[in-house]
Design a protein around this ligand. Structure first.
Ligand SMILES: Cc1cc2nc3c(=O)[nH]c(=O)nc-3n(C[C@H](O)[C@H](O)[C@H](O)COP(=O)(O)O)c2cc1C
Length: 178
């Protein structure tokens, strides 16, 4: 049986004006720092953005980032490529820990893709690197937007267990439901 934050977590893109507290921000980052990392190298770094002008910029970063402008905070998840060749995996798991902790705290959150996305005529990663002064050796994985939810989404249903995604002792085809 999945544990509660895993079941409760949904992508929330609409937020109230209420600000998340410093203690909640610390809890979110601490959760990220519990993430496993390749060779235990903890290659990640986190940029918390609460400045209204910067958040507005983040809201316009990609075609799918509008909620960043409305969120209480946005957390950019980076990892040092010089420390770990598995930086994408390290950063992704840490980012998902933030999502799950947000669900536990009753906050809404959403993952915003940055890697491979476009901002106007340049790639979003380069734009963000310049905006926030991120050194070249840091890969930018994603941004997690956080705030008090202004939309309700029910937990995913238990029936979403999808047996044609599971194979025993070798790849056994996708079955009739594929
Ligand atoms: C790698 C990845 C990239 C995503 N990129 C975006 C994004 O750029 N903007 C956005 O609003 N949601 C993004 N999402 C959220 C997905 O749209 C969302 O997880 C999916 O629709 C399932 O909904 P749920 O999170 O409520 O289960 C992303 C999720 C993942 C895992």
């Amino acid at each position: 049986m999945a544990t509660e934050p895993i079941k409760a977590r949904r992508t929330i893109r609409k937020y109230t004006d209420e600000k998340v507290s410093d203690e909640q921000i610390r809890d979110l980052l601490l959760a990220a720092m519990y993430a496993p990392s390749a060779w235990g190298k903890r290659s990640w770094q986190f940029i918390v953005v609460d400045d209204e002008n910067l958040k507005k910029e983040l809201g316009e970063l990609t075609s799918y980032s509008a909620q960043a402008g409305q969120a209480s905070i946005d957390i950019i998840v980076l990892a040092d490529k010089n420390i770990s060749s598995s930086w994408i995996e390290d950063a992704s798991i840490a980012a998902e820990h933030i999502n799950l902790e947000a669900a536990k705290l009753g906050l809404g959150s959403s993952w915003v893709q940055i890697r491979g996305m476009i901002h106007d005529t340049m790639d979003a990663e380069t734009y963000l690197r310049n905006l926030l002064g991120i050194p070249d050796n840091f890969g930018i994985c994603c941004m997690i937007t956080i705030g008090y939810p202004a939309e309700e989404k029910p937990p995913h249903r238990e029936v979403e267990f999808t047996s044609n995604k599971v194979h025993l002792n070798g790849f056994s085809g996708l079955g009739e439901a594929a």
